[in-house]
Write a protein that binds this ligand. Structure first.
Ligand code: NVA
Length: 304
């Protein structure tokens, strides 16, 4: 880990990404060290959450610690008081901050103004905990990561950005099918390109979902309307209407391909009605693996 915080996949060197996936896999089997005994973790959530909140609360409990859940209504991050004041107060009272925020800048301020680890539990730009859990799921499903072809269909959002970076870090080919104006932001894409070049893997953007999915080992999608994008809902539904992952589209992937979705899923929008129950779907194993990936991250940050 480059620093005391985990805000992005880029906080890990490419080889550290594979190491973190291995560590998560080991912890899934052997359990976690009780590094949080007598310690407290603040969970700041500006947006709703099921998987992230529950997996962090369970993980902290497994490590012997205590969680304090702080919703936007409780603390009004940046509204009731500035992010820097929240950071300086929590720095004196708790041992780790886990934060889900609208603006990635809030995370950066929390990280800069504290001495304790800050973990990104989703921002507008990145969801690195999800991406590490996803690599664990892929390696369990396929037995390896290097040389796999991942096709991501849909919005080039926080999920797509972290997934592109994490695939590029471990030598997994990554192809995104996204409409022109919804491609992954250039900062993340350029860094993913550097990492893919180093690992001699493929990183490609196409506009045709069929081209992306053709022969893929993993087909992945996420919502079209992320938390915070609600005002663009009608426009987005129109733009993405040809980007739904259906059984037919899945049929173009490799015979042994798996289907992934970080959830929550909107049946009838980005996925057809039965995709989550399709024989290729690993979405619930994927949800569980958030726990193991985050335990590995917390262990690394606390022992580092
Ligand atoms: N892209 C989605 C991910 C939800 C886990 C969002 O930001 O709302």
């Amino acid at each position: 880990m480059k620093g005391k915080d985990f805000l992005s996949i880029t906080d890990l060197e490419p080889d550290e990404v594979s190491q973190m996936v291995r560590k998560a896999s080991e912890m899934k089997i052997d359990g976690v060290p009780r590094l949080l005994e007598g310690k407290s973790v603040a969970l700041i959530f500006e947006k709703p959450s099921l998987r992230t909140r529950v997996s962090f609360e369970v993980g902290v409990q497994q490590m012997g610690g205590n969680c304090i859940y702080l919703s936007q209504a409780d603390i009004g991050l940046g509204v009731r008081e500035p992010v820097v004041d929240v950071a300086r107060v929590l720095d004196r009272l708790v041992d780790v901050i886990v934060a889900r925020v609208f603006s990635h800048e809030s995370l950066e301020t929390l990280a800069e103004e504290t001495t304790i680890p800050v973990i990104n539990a989703l921002s507008d730009l990145a969801h690195p905990c999800q991406a590490l859990g996803d690599l664990l799921t892929m390696s369990e499903a396929k037995g390896h990561l290097e040389g796999l072809r991942v096709a991501y269909v849909g919005d080039g959002n926080n999920i797509a950005s972290s997934l592109a970076l994490s695939c590029a870090s471990v030598g997994t080919d990554f192809v995104i099918a996204a409409p022109g104006n919804y491609h992954v932001p250039s900062v993340a894409w350029e860094e993913a390109r550097r990492r893919a070049f180093e690992k001699e893997s493929l990183l490609e953007w196409v506009e045709d979902p069929k081209r992306a999915v053709d022969g893929a080992d993993v087909v992945y999608t996420d919502v079209w309307i992320s938390m915070g994008d609600e005002r663009e809902a009608d426009e987005r539904r129109k733009v993405f209407s040809k980007f739904q992952v259906t059984e037919d589209l899945m049929g173009l992937a490799d015979d042994q391909a798996v289907f992934m979705h970080d959830m929550p899923a909107h049946r009838g929008e980005e996925v057809s009605e039965n995709m989550l129950d399709h024989h290729s779907s690993v979405v619930f194993a994927q949800a569980e693996n958030r726990l193991h990936a985050q335990n590995a991250i917390m262990t690394e940050l606390l022992s580092g």
